[in-house]
Design a protein around this ligand. Structure first.
Ligand code: PMT
Length: 319
């Protein structure tokens, strides 16, 4: 991390409004990680992944009426969480409040009320046409929760997201190379620092609005170097121009010391992703209408994590 980014990181955390319930969240995280870091029945260590999902908002007022948002729905993170649970991982699902949730992917297209109908004596039943998928979702969701494999942590703003990411990463640090970060959230690259933000609703009577946005410090290098130096780290790179995608993904891998960068284009991200590693690249494509790229992607990452566990590298800070 260069010293400029280092001081920007420090000032970001110093000036951010404090996280609500930080002590409670920290305690619950510790319990979840402790429970899951005990050996599994097969004797091997349990792996824990932090999946980040959805987009962060940038408030324009401290008493926020307006904010800048982005397109991310949280589908990728929610679907990937299901496949990580299936692969035996314990998942910390750090997600945008109100975004797509694991085991509820189909709720994005359906109205919640379309799933139910009134039966005799005013009893509520799931419609026959949705019965199989709702049953499967309930079964899998409860299994994940009952087995203690899923911990959900919501955020809305960029301030909450980065403070929670730090908390999760430092809590996962004792897991060493059994920890994984799967950073699929679309994180705001620019924000309004809290101290220079208007307190009250910005008034339209004051004329056109000029806002100066500050660059959000890149946290990937801090995560790799300081917060969880032995964890296996996967970041995502989204672009709209196909001509620069791979170059940007490679640059992110080298600059932030990511183990893997998953590159995707806005126009095709639901159909294709490219997995970029130091050894080369592999394209993953959706086969049929009813499958998703996340299943193949997660299976490949689980394999890569297994290889990493056999020969983890030394940490970047020399520890
Ligand atoms: O949620 P969906 O609708 O399914 O969409 C999924 C997705 C397209 C959002 C996802 O596949 C994806 O590409 N996510 C990353 C998009 C992004 O924000 O790219 P970026 O170039 O801005 O950031 C690259 C990486 O740096 C990200 O992993 C991000 O978590 C991280 N980052 C970004 C800014 C910042 N200040 N600190 C960071 O750590």
């Amino acid at each position: 991390m260069d010293s400029r980014n280092g001081s920007e990181v420090e000032s970001f955390f110093e000036s951010a409004p404090s996280l609500k319930n930080a002590n409670i969240v920290s305690q619950k995280l510790k319990e979840f990680i402790d429970r899951n870091s005990r050996s599994s029945e097969s004797g091997g260590p349990i792996r824990v992944v932090c999946v980040t999902s959805g987009g962060t908002t940038v408030p324009l007022e401290q008493r926020c009426v307006r904010y800048i948002d982005n397109f991310a729905s949280g589908y990728r993170g929610a679907a990937s969480t299901e496949y990580f649970v299936k692969a035996g991982y314990a998942v910390i699902f750090l997600h945008r409040l109100g975004s797509c949730q694991p085991y509820c992917k189909y709720l994005l297209e359906e109205s919640f009320l379309d799933l139910f109908e009134l039966a005799e004596e005013d009893k509520i039943e799931v419609c026959q046409s949705h019965g199989a998928e709702v049953k499967k979702a309930i079964r899998e969701y409860h299994a994940a929760v009952d087995e203690g494999q899923l911990f959900r942590l919501p955020f809305t703003t960029i301030f909450e997201y980065l403070q929670l990411l730090k908390l999760v990463a430092t809590s996962m640090s004792p897991l060493g190379s059994c920890g994984m970060f799967y950073l699929a959230a679309a994180v705001s690259d620019f924000y309004v620092p809290w101290q220079s933000m208007a307190e009250h609703k910005i008034q339209s009577a004051s004329g056109p609005l000029d806002i100066r946005l500050t660059q959000t410090p890149k946290m990937l290098s801090v995560l790799r170097k300081d917060w969880a130096p032995f964890a296996f780290c996967i970041s995502f790179k989204l672009e709209t121009d196909p001509d620069i995608l791979l170059q940007k993904a490679n640059a992110a891998m080298n600059k932030y010391h990511m183990h893997i960068v998953v590159a995707n284009l806005l126009a095709t991200y639901k159909q294709e992703v490219i997995v970029v590693t130091k050894e080369g690249k592999a394209s993953i494509r959706k086969h049929g209408e009813h499958d998703d790229v996340e299943e193949q992607l997660v299976n490949l990452l689980v394999e890569k994590h297994s290889e990493y566990l056999e020969k983890p590298e030394t940490s970047l800070n020399g520890a």
